[in-house]
Design a protein around this ligand. Structure first.
Ligand SMILES: Nc1ncnc2c1ncn2[C@@H]1O[C@H](COP(=O)(O)OP(=O)(O)O)[C@@H](O)[C@H]1O
Ligand SMILES: [Mg+2]
Length: 286
């Protein structure tokens, strides 16, 4: 991927002045329409595809405008880092995630560090060139059962029949959950499973975690810990784990699992809900 990094031509307000990407006629960086709190996300597109999208192509005598599909996603982590050690620590956390979940369940990223000199001062940035995951967002908070997986899958065309795709999806969720549990047991960390768009279901029934930069420590005490943005990421991610198990895998471990006994205690759930409400209020999206 070094060639993209070295030759990329930039478009879009925010990246016009990124000093670390060289001009190229081959690639276009376009701000992605979905974006999160922690990362700036850009699609890396082939210039030829963007041209077809905007100028159109004639097919069977009709001009159509095929949507350009990203060949990569380019992420810039918004956090400020004061030292390279802090960044290496962050990258190590991503590597831990990759080791435990494996490439089948996370969107792989080539992480790199760069100097940004756009604002008069030099800043160290953590960036990633990540595989683009085509699919639908799996919103855990709207899950009532496997019928939601069927609905998501049927909105995406695929050559396999629905029964086998659904079976694949259930197996993927099961293996994904197993990986998350193994990560928790061996490292004491959990990734943010709750953020909007963090989990994607692919047309064939795969599940992928695309948000790889927010991994939090599970502190097993009676305090609801907040991440650097003021979000109870650990608590809500454990809630999502339980939702996936209960709604999609038909397992209910909330009374027996020590982790769930602590984190899904009704009083604690209330506290977390109140914190979340405040969080969204300050964001102005509630
Ligand atoms: N590799 C990817 N492929 C497809 N969609 C992605 C990819 N990375 C991010 N997205 C989408 O972009 C949005 C923001 O990404 P996310 O990684 O969650 O950012 P943040 O770290 O700011 O929360 C989400 O809706 C997510 O689905
Ligand atoms: Mg996110």
């Amino acid at each position: 991927m070094t060639d993209i990094r070295d030759q990329a031509y930039l478009s879009g307000e925010d990246v016009k002045q990124l000093n670390f990407i060289k001009a190229s006629r081959q690639y276009v960086f376009r701000k992605y329409y979905r974006s999160g709190l922690r990362s700036h996300i850009f699609e890396v597109l082939l210039a030829g595809d963007v041209e077809k999208e905007t100028q159109g192509v004639i097919r069977d005598g009709i001009r159509v405008f095929p949507k350009a599909v990203p060949i990569k996603m380019f992420r810039i982590f918004r956090s400020r880092f004061d030292s390279k050690d802090e960044i290496f620590f962050e990258i190590k956390r991503y590597k831990t995630l990759l080791d435990h979940l494996g490439p089948a369940f996370i969107a792989r990223s080539e992480e790199f560090i760069t100097d940004y000199r756009g604002t008069g001062t030099t800043r160290i940035l953590l960036c990633g060139l990540q595989e683009y995951i085509h699919g639908e967002i799996l919103d855990p908070w709207r899950l009532s059962g496997r019928e939601n997986l069927t609905a998501l899958l049927s909105s995406m065309p695929h050559s396999n029949d629905m029964d086998s795709r659904l079976q694949t999806a259930v197996t993927s969720v099961r293996d994904f959950v197993r990986g998350i549990r193994e990560l928790i047991t061996t490292t004491g960390y959990i990734p943010d499973l709750a953020g909007v768009g963090n989990l994607i279901i692919t047309p064939g029934g795969g599940i992928k975690l695309v948000d790889i930069n927010n991994i939090v420590e599970i502190k097993k005490d009676h305090t609801v810990h907040l991440d650097d943005k003021g979000y109870p990421a650990c608590d809500v991610s454990i809630q999502v784990l339980s939702i996936l198990e209960t709604k999609l895998l038909n397992k209910n471990l909330s009374r027996t699992d020590p982790l769930f006994k602590l984190f899904l205690h009704p009083e604690r759930l209330e506290t977390v809900k109140a914190i979340e409400r405040e969080f969204y209020k300050t964001l102005g999206t509630d």
